[in-house]
Design a binder for this molecule. Structure first.
Ligand code: UDP
Length: 323
């Protein structure tokens, strides 16, 4: 199969590309390298059957040719990372909405199946833990930048599902919860690579708020496996799936665990949300997926514990620091 991965040079896209190639697919990655990096494609660049197109998904003529050639599309290209979203809201909204518009329009033109990557941000400040695919979205006001990301992704989901309902296009929306693993960078705000880097260099580990907020962290390897297995089923099209781990950990516990595992001398430093992001920033206190639907569809069970994931992330950081 020839698979088109938009955002293919990103953290998730590059791991997905590797897994698809291992399963004997051809992969074409398109990425504008805004947050993606060719370094992520180290293992793929020279491989026969892999191709990187450095361009934006907003470039319709380029994308038209790629979609026409593809058998399946994973649409991952998006503005990601809470820090980036807060600092560049125009880019976030435009990339996410226009990008998906173009991809879905062309997928429909050439009748190609598409998996649209969405996000757990969609659940916003909802408090019905764990979050189930049919739960309401509970978002903050438009005066808080953070919520633009959830809204832009909600529009992507609406549009994808509309193509399915109205035009019988095979589409699937996957809501990715916090996904972590080797090669993820902390630059755009992601907590685990940030903590790991701080701990390894014995800098203060920056816990935002009081650290009582919690998340679940799913290994990129489990996520990629789910992404591939979901399209192998016939009854998953037209559906929305949570993908994540259900092992909950508070951010303070995470900081302590990273510090312990790296034998770090770092102090744990608490920083207010206003200082970390922007005045009035709203965080979610808990974010845990209900993965019953995913379990039923593909027998999903996360194989990597948070402890094992931290070890992998630390190892990969050490390796990239020494190279
Ligand atoms: N966080 C933190 N220190 C950091 C980066 C993030 O305490 O250096 C917190 C952040 O406020 C949030 C959690 O870690 O409560 C997860 O943040 P991330 O940006 O990785 O993902 P989110 O779940 O917010 O999308």
């Amino acid at each position: 199969m020839k698979v088109l991965v938009t955002g293919g040079a990103g953290f998730i896209g590059s791991h997905l590309g590797e897994a698809l190639m291992q399963r004997n697919n051809e992969v074409v990655a398109i990425d504008d390298l805004s947050t993606g990096d060719t370094k992520n494609l180290h293992a793929l660049m020279e491989k026969k059957g892999f191709q990187l197109i450095v361009d934006s998904v907003l470039n319709e003529p380029t994308l038209d040719a790629l979609v026409r050639e593809a058998d399946l599309i994973y649409h991952l290209a998006a503005a990601v990372g809470v820090k980036l979203i807060v600092s560049q809201p125009v880019k976030t909204i435009e990339t996410n909405i226009r990008g998906s518009e173009v991809v879905l329009k062309l997928a429909n033109k050439w009748r190609k199946p598409v998996v649209v990557a969405s996000t757990s941000e969609i659940y916003g400040k909802g408090s019905s833990i764990p979050f189930t695919e049919t739960d309401d979205m509970v978002l903050g006001p438009t005066t808080r930048n953070r919520w633009s990301y959830a809204c832009s992704k909600a529009i992507d989901e609406f549009l994808a599902l509309a193509y399915h309902r109205e035009k019988a296009l095979p589409v699937m929306c996957v809501r990715l919860f916090n996904t972590v693993g080797p090669r993820q960078v902390g630059q755009y705000g992601m907590v685990l690579p940030t903590f790991a880097r701080q701990a390894l260099s014995h800098d203060p580990i920056t816990v935002y708020g009081d650290g009582s907020q919690s998340r679940t962290f799913c290994s990129i390897f489990d996520v990629v496996d789910a992404l591939i297995r979901l399209v192998e089923k016939n009854d998953t099209w037209g559906e929305v799936f949570n993908i994540g781990s259900d092992e909950e950990i508070s951010i303070l516990e995470l900081a302590k665990l990273v510090k312990k595992k790296t034998n770090s001398r770092s102090e744990i430093k608490f920083i207010s949300y206003d200082e970390a992001y922007e005045a009035g920033f709203e965080d979610m206190q808990r974010r845990i997926p209900n993965i019953a639907k995913l379990k039923k569809a593909i027998g999903f069970q996360p194989r990597h514990s948070i402890s094992a994931i931290i070890d992998q992330v630390v190892e990969s950081l050490k390796k990239s620091n020494s190279s």
